[in-house]
Design a protein around this ligand. Structure first.
Ligand code: ADP
Length: 160
């Protein structure tokens, strides 16, 4: 089975990477769909997010990195894949995830959204909290791989 794991990945964290690893073990092919959200400016550009994902998932041979703008339902059609994976952390994720899953099903009844429960050690982890900590010079080494940490520091220092 082929699945799509969509998200912002701004930037990828150990929480995302755990879901990607588990998907790559359970499914034949995994497409990571990086959302190009024009109304929300990220810390990293979509290309930078994709590069970080490529670097940190290169050991998984059945994982492909792609990007999309617009509707996930259209991206799913393009990729000929109707199974979506989303990670669930706490109850707070539930309402939004439920809404997205139902909307996507309404747009395309073929779409199924499967939820993978976060590992307990990553339940608290999100890209936004990592950005917040990094902005205040906190230590993020247990939340993101070294390359992501380095690129975040460069970004925040304004090197590029
Ligand atoms: P979005 O902006 O679409 O929520 P994110 O990049 O924040 O995208 O997350 C993409 C997906 O990964 C979402 O399903 C989110 O719930 C999941 N996710 C993010 N962080 C974690 C984590 N620490 N553990 C498990 N799943 C996570």
């Amino acid at each position: 089975m082929k699945v799509i794991y969509p998200g912002s990945f701004d930037p990828v964290t150990y929480g995302h990477l755990d879901i990607i690893k588990r998907c790559s073990e359970k499914f034949d092919d995994v497409i990571i769909g990086v959302l190009n959200n024009v109304s929300k400016k990220g810390l990293f550009t979509v290309e930078e997010r994709m590069n970080l994902l490529k670097e940190t998932t290169s050991q998984f041979k059945n994982v492909e990195i792609s990007s999309f703008s617009g509707l996930l339902a259209d991206f799913a059609k393009d990729k000929k894949c109707s199974t979506m994976i989303r990670g669930l952390r706490a109850v707070s994720d539930y309402e939004y995830e439920m809404q997205m899953a139902l909307v996507n099903k309404k747009l395309d009844p073929e779409i199924e959204t499967l939820f993978m429960v976060s590992r307990s050690e990553y339940v608290y982890l999100s890209s936004s909290i990592v950005k917040e900590i990094a902005l205040h010079n906190g230590n993020i080494s247990s939340f993101v791989p070294e390359i992501v940490e380095k690129e975040m520091k460069n970004k925040i220092r304004g090197d590029f």
